[in-house]
Structure formats: C-alpha cells, structure tokens
Design a protein around this ligand. Structure first.
Ligand code: C2E
Ligand code: MG
Ligand code: MG
Ligand code: MG
Length: 283
C-alpha cells in the first residue's frame, strides 16, 4: 500500500507516524503525573576553560525516567511540555534542583566558584512569575546569584516581533548571568545583542561540528563570532566538542570555554563533582 505516489501519501495510514503520535499522546498524558511522581532527573555536563582545562561550571540537562518508555532525553519531551504548559513547573523543578546542588557544593568548596547553567524554555521566559520564582529559589537555596546562569535560545530571548522579553532585564538585575544558547543557528539579525544584558554566547553544536575537518570557512565563521562576542564584552562557550581537533580550533579562535563528550558526558551530580576533584588544577 505504501506505493509512494507522493501526493496521495498524506492520506494513507503510516504505522511509523501513528506510533510517533501514540508516543506523543502518552507523553502528554503522563507528564504532569511524572512530575508529581518525581520521575525527572537532572544530569550535569562540565563546562571547561579552554586555556587551562579547569571546570568553570556545569550545565543542567533534564532526563525523564518514564515508567513504560524508559529513560528519555529532553529532545523527546521538552516540546510536548512546552505545548501543554507543563514546562513551567518542570523547569522550576530543574532550576531548584540545580541551584540546590550548586549551592551546597560551593558552600563546601569555598573559592571554587563553580557556576550552574540552566536552560529556560520559551514558555518560561514569558511566564509572569519567572523573576520571582528565580529570586525565591536563589533565596531558598542560598546560591550566590553570580553562580547561576540561565540559557535562552534566541526564540526564548526575543518575542515574536524580535523584541526582547521583559524578564531579561529583571533577571540580570538579580545578578545572575544570561547566556544565548545555540547561537549561530537562529536569527541573522544581530541588532538585539548589544541591547540585552548578556553574559555569554554558546556557539551551536553545528558550528563546532564544522571544526572537525580543517575547513577554512568554518574556522573563519567561529573566529568572527568569537571576536564579535568579545567586542560586546561577552564570553563564548563552544558546544558539542567531541574531538581534540575541534577543541584546538576553538582555542585558536579565542573561544573561552567548551563542553562536549571530549571532556565529559552529562552525568548525575555526584559523579560530575567526584571527577572534578581530580581534574581541578591547584591554585
Ligand atoms: P542544549 O541546551 O543546547 O544542550 C546541549 C545538548 O548537547 C545536550 O543534549 C547535551 O547532552 C548534548 N551534548 C553535549 N555534549 C555533546 C557532544 O559532544 N556531542 C553531541 N552530539 N551532543 C552533545 P540533551 O541533554 O539531549 O538536551 C537537548 C536539549 O534539550 C538542550 O540543548 C536544551 O535545549 C533542552 N534541555 C535540556 N534540559 C532542559 C531543561 O531543563 N529545560 C529546558 N527548557 N530545556 C532543556
Ligand atoms: Mg543549553
Ligand atoms: Mg545549546
Ligand atoms: Mg538547545
């Protein structure tokens, strides 16, 4: 039946499509209960300084231990959570958990100043309670604000008309850092950059992917973006670094920090900080 006459195909039953829809339905139906049953785990991935290899911070990445579907990565459920609005309580849970871990660890390791970076979804960025939620979580956990970074993609940072969302200024006023996630994949209009109280840019994995082979073009783009960021007083993190060659090219481009499987995969907090103790250079 799957004889592909392209035009007629949309109307036909597609078992793969149906399975996807079914999974999506299941995820939608079980998200809220999953949150109540505490099925969401936060893993952390080190963000490493390219000059000396020290771990400067960690990014919090959520996972879902689903009772029937097994462990799911965020790419499977964040979109669904955005659609249902469940991302707001889920995001708050991740933020609280990440701040709690980082606050305790920094209290036990004075002077280490390990920051934690938490992703914010579009819906959270527009949530009127966001700023007070963040302020409450900082107060409750005792995490110094400068050790919290929030990552927003351009679509979360900028509203439909390309206007920055209102919360950004108030978040920066709390003393936390704001990073642009997946930079280089979104808008080509860069006019918003100097108008926002940003701390750093995270170069999208696709740009870092281009640094695998010695292609002049890819390196020039990254070098230019790093120069642009530095000219605006922002630091730069390269994402998705898998090979030493990519790390070397990022370093040559002047990039400040990097994260990726080359250094460490995302892992539970205890595993990450245990490895930290071994790699952190003496000061
Ligand atoms: P992101 O914020 O850009 O996070 C980086 C993604 O790259 C993570 O995928 C990470 O595990 C993956 N990664 C790290 N190193 C490497 C590498 O060397 N190679 C490759 N190929 N990938 C690498 P993950 O954990 O699946 O998360 C996917 C996306 O889901 C994140 O992209 C972020 O946009 C979103 N996300 C994750 N956690 C949260 C959360 O708590 N809240 C919200 N709103 N979004 C989240
Ligand atoms: Mg991120
Ligand atoms: Mg990213
Ligand atoms: Mg992303």
């Amino acid at each position: 039946w799957a004889k592909s006459d392209g035009r007629a195909r949309w109307a036909q039953y597609d078992p793969e499509r149906a399975a996807l829809d079914m999974t999506r339905f299941t995820l939608t139906a079980t998200l809220a209960a999953g949150l109540e049953r505490d099925e969401f785990e936060v893993e952390y991935q080190p963000i490493v300084r390219l000059d000396d290899g020290a771990v400067a911070g960690v990014e919090a990445l959520v996972r879902w231990d689903h009772p029937t579907l097994g462990r799911l990565g965020p790419d499977r459920f964040i979109e669904v959570a955005e659609e249902t609005g469940a991302i707001v309580p889920l995001g708050r849970h991740v933020l609280r958990e990440a701040c709690r871990r980082a606050a305790r660890w920094n209290a036990e390791n004075p002077g280490a100043d390990l920051f934690v970076s938490v992703n914010l979804a579009v819906r959270q960025a527009h949530d009127p309670a966001l700023v007070s939620d963040v302020a409450d979580i900082l107060a409750d956990t005792g995490l110094p604000p400068h050790l919290l970074q929030l990552e927003l993609t351009e679509s979360a940072l900028l509203g439909p008309a390309g206007r920055p969302v209102d919360a950004i200024g108030a978040l920066a006023d709390l003393g936390i850092r704001i990073a642009v996630d997946d930079f280089g994949t979104g808008y080509s209009n860069l006019g918003y950059l100097p108008r926002l109280p940003l701390h750093s840019l995270k170069l999208a994995g696709v740009l870092v992917e281009g640094l695998r082979s010695p292609t002049a073009g890819a390196s020039r783009i990254v070098t230019s973006l790093v120069a642009l960021a530095h000219a605006l007083g922002l630091t730069v993190t390269g994402e998705g670094v898998e090979t030493p060659a990519q790390a070397a090219r990022l370093r040559t481009a002047g990039c400040d920090t990097a994260q990726g499987w080359l250094y460490a995969r995302p892992a539970p907090w205890d595993a990450v900080v245990a490895a930290l103790g071994r790699t952190r250079p003496r000061r």
